[in-house]
Design a protein around this ligand. Structure first.
Ligand SMILES: [Zn+2]
Length: 140
């Protein structure tokens, strides 16, 4: 399927229409089977814009949709962590060790900043951390 932007020469209306192929479009045009959706005139032609092929555009919007969903999930996740975990900032590695070695059970989990080296060290000590992408909420 191929999508063309069609232009009505009479009322200047521009509208999208689907065709099986460019050949089909030419055939319909030659036989005046094309008509404007607003004034019914058959003086309709392809606009100069390049055609969109359905496969490509669909894939693109799917990708975008997916991206949006991920962002929404991350935002939700961030909100959840913010309200259920204690922020410890740069002390993350220290606090994570305290939690791990002190057998006191903390009421809340923690979150904060850690370098990749720190995360690796923690892992070697048997302390599993989870890295999550921290999105900027001001972005869309
Ligand atoms: Zn028209």
């Amino acid at each position: 399927m191929i999508k063309y932007k069609l232009v009505c020469k009479k009322c200047k209306n521009i509208f999208d229409s689907w065709f099986a192929s460019s050949k089909e479009f030419e055939k319909l045009k030659k036989n005046f089977f094309l008509s404007c959706i607003s004034c019914n005139s058959s003086h309709v032609d392809k606009s100069l814009m390049s055609p969109l092929v359905i496969k490509k555009s669909k894939q693109f919007s799917k990708k975008e949709e997916k991206h949006k969903n991920i962002r929404a999930k991350l935002k939700e996740y961030k909100k959840f962590i913010k309200s259920n975990f204690n922020y410890v900032g740069k002390n993350f590695a220290y606090e994570a060790r305290t939690m791990h070695y002190d057998k006191k059970k903390p009421l809340q989990g923690i979150y904060g900043d850690a370098s990749l080296d720190q995360i690796k060290e923690l892992k070697e000590e048997g302390i599993e951390t989870e890295m999550i992408p921290w999105i900027n909420e001001n972005e869309n």
